[in-house]
Design a protein around this ligand. Structure first.
Ligand code: CP
Ligand code: NVA
Length: 314
């Protein structure tokens, strides 16, 4: 495998827009290579003696396990730091935590609520800070999604990608990466659940350059029409549990089911970042059916996370 370039050493990944299209492409190419090397059971210990901290304010399966396994495979050590066990929970500032952890660690992953917390870490830390999901964004997920689409469809430019349901963190990051790579992105969301107007405007600006497009609709059938990829996420994100009953009612028409797949393109595939609530945002038939890309998508979290770490950690 080709060597790992130095150009991104020390960089944080707090949102998709931190990186240019070329830089994201570098990560995607490396993730493809790491996937192949892993299949050959080849060891790539590029992080010997490095410890990577992982602060979690919310639960996680894929992000956490992908990091722990990825770090072990790259020869480093993972340190799981549940936020409730840190002095952060007793009021120590993000700034001080970032300054201190920078003296111990080689990189820091954070999953939290407020994007400002990740931004504060990135501002004050002297090590790369990686966003493991906030209420605003899920940039690691978007990278794995782009890898998965590219792997299946052979490229990203011109792909018609429709996101159905809640215009949330996953939708935001997916929209940003889609627009950067020249995809035609549609968010089909009910009124009141649209993605952030600022994120849509920024993505539309990127799409002007890439030749892609970004549009919104409140009609799931119109949104799915002729799409190459139908994508969905949970209707109740972490931290929104009290709104669950209302959300189930409001989002009911947006379930990714066989009917929506039937109006998409003939070869259309279904994606979901997981965890899934079967019978809510996706049907059992679609999730486990022949057009589901969901399990490849979950696996690709590992390869893309390894690629990010290998690129940014000194
Ligand atoms: N998709 C995703 O981020 O999964 P986890 O919440 O399990 O990390
Ligand atoms: N939108 C979901 C994604 C989970 C990976 C959440 O924030 O809970």
């Amino acid at each position: 495998m080709a060597g790992i370039p130095d150009s991104l050493k020390g960089r944080s990944y707090t949102r998709v827009s931190d990186w240019s299209r070329e830089e994201l492409e570098l990560a995607l190419d490396l993730a493809d290579e790491l996937k192949q090397e892993r299949l050959r059971r080849k060891e790539l210990r590029v992080l010997p003696g490095r410890t990577i901290g992982m602060i979690f304010h919310k639960p996680s399966t894929r992000t956490r396990v992908g990091f722990e396994v990825g770090i072990a495979e790259l020869g480093g050590m993972a340190l799981y730091l549940p936020a409730s066990d840190l002095q952060l929970a007793r009021g120590e500032s993000y700034r001080d935590t970032a300054l201190v952890l920078s003296r111990f660690l080689s990189a820091l992953l954070i999953r939290t609520f407020d994007q400002a917390e990740v931004d504060t870490f990135a501002e004050h830390a002297s090590i790369p800070v990686i966003n493991g999901l906030t209420d605003l964004a899920h940039p690691l997920q978007a990278l794995a999604d782009a890898m998965t689409i590219r792997e299946r469809l052979g490229g990203l430019e011109g792909v018609r990608l429709t996101y159905l349901g809640d215009g949330n963190n996953v939708c935001h990051s997916l929209m940003r990466i889609a627009a950067l790579f020249g995809m035609h992105f549609t968010a089909a969301c009910p009124t009141g659940y649209e993605p952030s107007a600022a994120v849509v405007a920024a993505a539309q600006t990127d799409a002007l350059v890439s030749g892609g497009s970004v549009r919104l609709t409140s009609d799931p059938l119109d949104g799915s029409d002729a799409a190459d990829v139908l994508y969905t996420d949970v209707w109740t994100s972490m931290g929104q549990e009290e709104e669950r009953a209302q959300r189930l009612l409001d989002l009911e028409r947006f379930s990714l089911d066989a009917e929506l797949l039937s109006v998409a393109s003939r070869e259309a595939v279904a994606m979901h970042c997981l965890p899934a609530h079967v019978g809510e945002e996706i049907t059992e038939e679609v999730l486990y059916g022949p057009r589901s890309l969901v399990w490849d998508q979950a696996e690709n979290r590992l390869h893309t996370q390894k690629a990010i770490m290998a690129l940014v950690i000194r």
